[in-house]
Write a protein that binds this ligand. Structure first.
Ligand code: MRU
Length: 391
């Protein structure tokens, strides 16, 4: 299965709050519950919450039981607002919901039944595209990885944070599958420990050697020459290349620069928000201070101690070596090259290919693409992390 998928008329998602101790799959038949699952981080990671919200819109259309199109439209606008407000920083959430709203407003679908079907197809397409895009990004990113490298990684950006495969962790997985001997230092990623719990769980499944380190140890390992390259994800990247990602990423980037280590965010173009000139405009989610004082209900400070809990920070683009996208690696000037990647222009030929013919443009899938409502697609040549698991 995938991290998020449609199954027998419901959305099912791996409950990421319970990993690595328990592999539990939750099922949802109501869009409001999907929104709550996003807020509560049952599902997390920018592309995964985008896909979950897209399926949430399909559920909302199923929940609506009248036959009047204008009423359906109003109902779905409401559902869209609820889903979009579940978490503010990852732009993939609003991006996926807006894509679903375009289906709702499309005059070519007149019957309520048609809109229901089309919303489900479109959600499936968003999920399928995410997997294929991750694999393309991974092949660009893996070309930066040399045999014997030690990679530093922050948070979780793997199959769990996406629909499958992953962004930065997808790069690491592809480099490993290419036979490169790599070692990964995983920042534990306080306060929710996505690195120690989720990235470590994924790397163990894939047989990739790793060590979990406390967040404060990253600088030590960089200064002592034990880190060759840094890969991270992003929840929203502004037009100028400023990157919002899990809290602590900024510090990692500054330390990487100080120690002459390349720092690469791995970012699908759906995570690039060209409407924002710089990272200063990115809304930063501030979560409950209880996550700091008592993570996973383990009290480490008294309840009355004041605490702050910003979930993301912004890394200014001057610390970014390059941004790996599905259309190639954007290097400075980011305002020019990121926009080209978002337009679907290839920035470099895919690894192993030469540009003898005009570059292929990667855009929307062809109109005749009509996935089955229930199918799960894995991109060509790709094995899913979850393929061999027992449920
Ligand atoms: O709060 P989270 O766990 O949703 O934060 C996730 C991250 O910060 C990831 O690095 C980001 O979503 C990109 S991963 C595909």
């Amino acid at each position: 299965m995938r991290t998020v998928e449609w199954h027998e008329g419901r959305v099912r998602m791996i409950d990421q709050r319970k990993l690595p101790w328990e592999l539990v799959v939750n099922q949802y038949d109501n869009y409001a519950d999907v929104a709550h699952a996003i807020t509560d981080m049952v599902v997390r990671g920018a592309p995964a919450i985008g896909a979950a919200a897209a399926f949430g819109m399909a559920l909302a259309a199923q929940q609506f039981d009248a036959t009047n199109r204008p009423e359906l439209e109003r109902y779905l606008e409401e559902a869209a607002a609820v889903l979009k407000s579940a978490r503010p920083t990852a732009v993939n959430l609003a991006w996926a919901v807006d894509r679903q709203l375009r289906v709702v407003r499309d005059e070519s679908w007149q019957r309520v039944e048609d809109i229901r079907k089309e919303l489900l197809r479109s959600a499936q397409r968003i999920a399928d595209e995410d997997v294929a895009i991750n694999q393309r990004m991974a092949s660009y990113g893996a070309a930066l990885v040399e045999d014997g490298m030690t990679i530093l990684h922050h948070c979780n950006t793997g199959a769990l944070a996406t629909v499958d495969w992953g962004t930065a962790l997808g790069v690491i997985r592809t480099a490993h599958e290419q036979g490169k001997r790599i070692h990964v230092l995983l920042d534990e990623t306080r306060p929710r420990l996505q690195g120690a719990r989720l990235s470590a769980w994924e790397l163990e499944q894939a047989g990739i050697p790793f060590d979990i380190i406390v967040d404060g140890a990253a600088g030590h390992f960089m200064r002592t020459g034990e880190v060759d390259i840094v890969f991270v994800g992003s929840d929203r990247t502004a037009a100028n290349g400023d990157v919002a990602n899990k809290i602590g990423t900024y510090g990692v980037a500054v330390l990487a620069r100080e120690n002459g280590i390349p720092f690469y965010p791995v970012v699908p173009t759906s995570t690039v928000d060209l409407s924002l000139a710089s990272g200063d405009e990115i809304p930063i989610e501030e979560r409950s201070p209880d996550e700091v004082r008592s993570p996973f209900n383990l009290a480490i400070a008294p309840e009355h101690y004041p605490a702050r809990n910003p979930a993301f920070d912004v890394t200014p683009h001057r610390y970014v070596t390059g941004i790996v996208t599905e259309n190639g690696i954007a290097y400075p000037p980011f305002d020019v090259n990121l926009a080209r990647a978002v337009r679907g222009e290839l920035l470099q030929p895919p690894p192993g290919e030469q540009w003898s013919a005009p570059p292929r443009a990667y855009g929307e899938p062809p109109a005749e693409h009509t996935p089955d409502e229930e199918r799960t697609i894995v991109a060509p040549g790709q094995r899913s992390l979850f393929d061999e698991m027992e449920w």
